[in-house]
Design a protein around this ligand. Sequence first.
Ligand SMILES: Cc1cc2nc3c(=O)[nH]c(=O)nc-3n(C[C@H](O)[C@H](O)[C@H](O)COP(=O)(O)OP(=O)(O)OC[C@H]3O[C@@H](n4cnc5c(N)ncnc54)[C@H](O)[C@@H]3O)c2cc1C
Length: 408
Amino acid sequence: MRIIVIGAGVVGTTSAWYLLKDGHDVTVVERNAHSAMETSYANAGGICPGFAGPWAAPGMPWKALRWLFQDSAPLKVRPRFDPAQWKWLAQFTANCTRSRFAQNKARMQAMAHYSKRCLTELVEETGIEYDAAHKGILHLFTTDAEMTIGHASSRVLTEMGIEHRLLQPSEIVQIEPALGLRSQTFSGGIHLTTDETGDCRLFTQALAILAEQRGARFLYNTDATRLLIKNGRIHGLETPQETLEADAYVVAAGPFSRSLLASAGLSAPIYPVKGYSLTCTISDNQAAPVSCVMDEHSKVMITRLGSRLRAAGMAELAGFDPTPTPSARRLLLERVKTLFPNASDYDKAEWWCGFRPMTPDGPARLGQSVIDNLFINIGHGSNGWTQACGTSRVLADLMAGRTPQVSA
Ligand SMILES: Cc1cc2nc3c(=O)[nH]c(=O)nc-3n(C[C@H](O)[C@H](O)[C@H](O)COP(=O)(O)OP(=O)(O)OC[C@H]3O[C@@H](n4cnc5c(N)ncnc54)[C@H](O)[C@@H]3O)c2cc1C
């Protein structure tokens, strides 16, 4: 089958990879000059099924309301005259019940664990290098209230059979010695021993090259402007240069999927949630994290990626406005400097922001749309690096008529 994949982020590129392995003739259309130049460019680098879960959780609407009035909040809703934002927020709130949270979390966990197995197989097959490490992730708690959340999380992890270790404050430095270099106090932690880290951009760009070598066509600098419909099917993809034709089309355009799907009369429940990261060269190995710390206090994740340190976090619901918010950058910088003050020269950090493609309930959307030759693989939110291989393999299964190993 001739298949056009729209988008060469981690999701579009892994989709192309698995479709290629099924023997399809694959073309990837990407408006940037390279793959992974948008949300997959500089995320926190965590491949962490242990954390996969929806943001729509019991109590979240009240927290978000309180955060509206705090300058130093990890999540900020900036209300706009945008019906898409209000609709998304209403759907998000409706998913904050205990039962919906449990259902959505279970689905995301199943996909994330499956995805990690798929990633392992893919790396074994290709030998791709992406500053990967397999040293677990430390969930760090500073206050007693956070540790109470930690105990509850540990119970859920145990119920789900996820390997982890609950840590006393004194045990934290055994996992991350640099946290002991300054007189900071923590209330405890959880070590998710099997979670991994790696650079999503390096992975995606290496995979795109391999896919090209194995026969996929990557049309870079090509903007997909419209899906053209005739007799209830997609008969072409309009680009400024030409109309491209295929037997089937896959939309994997991350946060930008909504407008493309709208051109075919479809709606996608995705809203962009802006996040920030900084990346810098590690100047003192002993003062840097060994692996990855997820700081519950600020919701900032700090990861070692080879010889670099990446800190990422913050969340703003403000449409596609790329303007950095000074308070968000300040908070991120303050927290990484507090936890790992001497790891790097933070004045030389490279700053980035990207838009998480968030669904209101949490799970990504994938499979056939109501138009039978149009497929989607979208809405991976804050877990796209963790889930991409899994959702893309399931997509390839569905397109081949096979039963996937986990439900979509
Ligand atoms: C601050 C931050 C930290 C994060 N940390 C983590 C983490 O630690 N672990 C994790 O699992 N996830 C993390 N994520 C989430 C993860 O980065 C995303 O879920 C993932 O990158 C989404 O990938 P994607 O391929 O769907 O989207 P993208 O990477 O945005 O790819 C979409 C592609 O489609 C292209 N495109 C869009 N429209 C068109 C068009 N019309 N024509 C042609 N091309 C088009 C874009 O140019 C882009 O290349 C984080 C996100 C952020 C913002």
